[in-house]
Every structure is written in structure tokens, then in C-alpha cells.
Design a protein around this ligand. Structure first.
Ligand SMILES: O=C(O)C(=O)C[C@]1(C(=O)O)C=C[C@@H](O)C=C1
Length: 114
């Protein structure tokens, strides 16, 4: 008993191949096995890079905390706006406008909301 799909599209090798080319591979959005394999491998590299970035952010937060504690212990304030302008400019110069937004998020992670 043929299914509705096979009765609408006779099961030839060419049809099977064409159907495979137009069917998304699960979770990748790719339409071919080659593209799906490339995406899966590249995503593993991105996950590893993200782990390293998160580790660097944690390291940055710890160094920033040392600075803030030293300044507060000495009688100063937690925040140093002129230094924050330098940090924002550094990221903007390297990454453009989204770099500024990224730096603002990093600063918030490191010294809390102001
Ligand atoms: O460089 C400093 O003085 C810091 O305190 C570090 C840091 C930062 O995380 O980059 C954090 C808070 C300050 O407002 C400025 C910069």
C-alpha cells in the first residue's frame, strides 16, 4: 500500500536524491549531508571557542575585582569612568559599534551595574 507521498511522487532513485537535497538535516538547517557535516564540525569549534571566551571573561572579572578592591580599600570609588572610556574605545576601535556594546556588558559583569 503506497503512502500519500509515494503515490504523489513515484519512488525513483532520482526522486529519492532530489527529496534528500531539499530536506533539512536535523538541527543544522542544511540541505545536504556535506553541509550538515561541515556545520556540525564548525559548531563544535564554536562551542570550544565560547568555553575559552567564558574562561577569559571569568579571568577578567577576577583581575578587575582585585583593582576595584584595592581602590576601595584605599578610600576610592569602585568605578573609574576615565578608565572605562579607554576600555570602551579599545573595543570600539577593534570591533566597531557592537564592540562598544560588548565592552559595556563586560564592564557590567566586572563591576556590576552603575
Ligand atoms: O581599571 C580599573 O580601574 C578597574 O577598576 C577595572 C574596570 C574594568 O573591569 O575594566 C572596572 C571598573 C572600573 O570602573 C574601570 C575598569
Amino acid at each position: 500500500m503506497p503512502t500519500a507521498r509515494t503515490s504523489a511522487h513515484p519512488e525513483t532513485a532520482a526522486h529519492t536524491a532530489a527529496l534528500a537535497e531539499t530536506t533539512a538535516r536535523p538541527g543544522t538547517g542544511a540541505r545536504t549531508d556535506d553541509a550538515a557535516d561541515l556545520i556540525t564540525g564548525a559548531r563544535e569549534r564554536i562551542d570550544a571557542l565560547d568555553d575559552r571566551i567564558i574562561g577569559l571573561i571569568r579571568e577578567r572579572t577576577a583581575v578587575s575585582a582585585v583593582i576595584q578592591e584595592a581602590r576601595i580599600t584605599s578610600g576610592g570609588r569602585r568605578v573609574n569612568l576615565s578608565r572605562e572610556m579607554e576600555v570602551l574605545g579599545h573595543y570600539r576601535d577593534a570591533l566597531g559599534k557592537p564592540g562598544t556594546a560588548l565592552a559595556m556588558t563586560l564592564l557590567e559583569l566586572c563591576r556590576g551595574r552603575v
